[in-house]
Design a protein. Structure first.
Length: 256
């Protein structure tokens, strides 16, 4: 069973983090949504955070994990927010089980195929040798040699934890990601469709959702609308959480 943090009470809202992330990335926004009348489920997807590690990793399997989670918690008529990899997982789940989902928000990812682009990040992560028992600052110094962006390094450092006294480790399953990297870019199946309200929110400085992608989005999500948060990159919800929250709440409150 997936690990989760549950906040508030009311309509179920599932929030799915991105690749190499974890539920904690959404803690602040999750608490905000909980004050708006939602029972917020902040999930750690398989091989991430505090959820189980598995040698198998795909969107199909992550969608099944969500189904098992919903069934175990007796969740129906859920709303969903997914960012990046979590957004692709949420898209697949909504198209496979449309009767379970009322509204869907996808943050800075489209249904299309994405070529591999995490190689440098993986090189940095693999360069950390935990057998030498490095300190947190030493781990960050190694990452800095490969990853120049401060925000990206801080994001990755959130998954660093003390496995035991004096021994750090990453919470995510790096060994499996090295082997299954191609799974992250897989496109939504050609026939997948979700004919309920869907909101795509993209970062104004991000290239994950281009204007030329709108037609493909409409093919899979005919009721989709696209909003842009200006002056933000791929981590738009962290860079401008106030506007992300405003767009999300307005969408969820719309009467269709």
């Amino acid at each position: 069973m997936l690990y989760s943090k549950i906040e508030g009470s009311g309509k179920p809202l599932l929030i799915l983090h991105g690749f190499l992330g974890m539920s904690d990335n959404w803690k602040t926004l999750g608490v905000q949504f909980a004050t708006e009348g939602f029972e917020v489920h902040l999930l750690d997807l398989r091989n991430h955070g505090r959820s189980f590690h598995s040698e198998e990793f795909s969107y199909e399997l992550m969608s099944q994990d969500i189904l098992e989670y919903c069934n175990a918690h007796k969740l129906t008529n859920v709303d969903m927010i997914g960012h990046s990899m979590g957004g692709k997982t949420a898209m697949l789940f909504a198209t496979q089980y449309p009767e379970m989902v009322d509204k869907l928000i996808v943050a800075d990812i489209g249904p299309k195929f994405y070529p591999q682009h995490h190689q440098t990040i993986l090189e940095g992560l693999n360069a950390v040798d935990f057998t030498t028992k490095p300190s947190r600052s030493e781990v960050e110094a190694i990452l800095e040699e490969y990853i120049t962006d401060f925000g990206t390094r801080q994001f990755l450092m959130k998954s660093l934890y003390w496995q035991e006294p004096g021994q750090l480790a990453f919470r995510f399953n790096l060994v499996v990601f090295n082997e299954k990297m191609e799974e992250i870019g897989v496109a939504l199946p050609a026939t997948a469709a979700f004919e309920k309200p869907t909101l795509f929110i993209r970062g104004g400085n991000s290239n994950y959702i281009l204007d030329s992608d709108f037609e493909n989005i409409q093919t899979h999500f005919p009721l989709a609308t696209v909003e842009t948060i200006p002056n933000t990159g791929h981590w738009l919800h962290a860079e401008n959480p106030a506007l992300f929250h405003e767009l999300a709440i307005s969408f969820f409150r719309e009467i269709n």
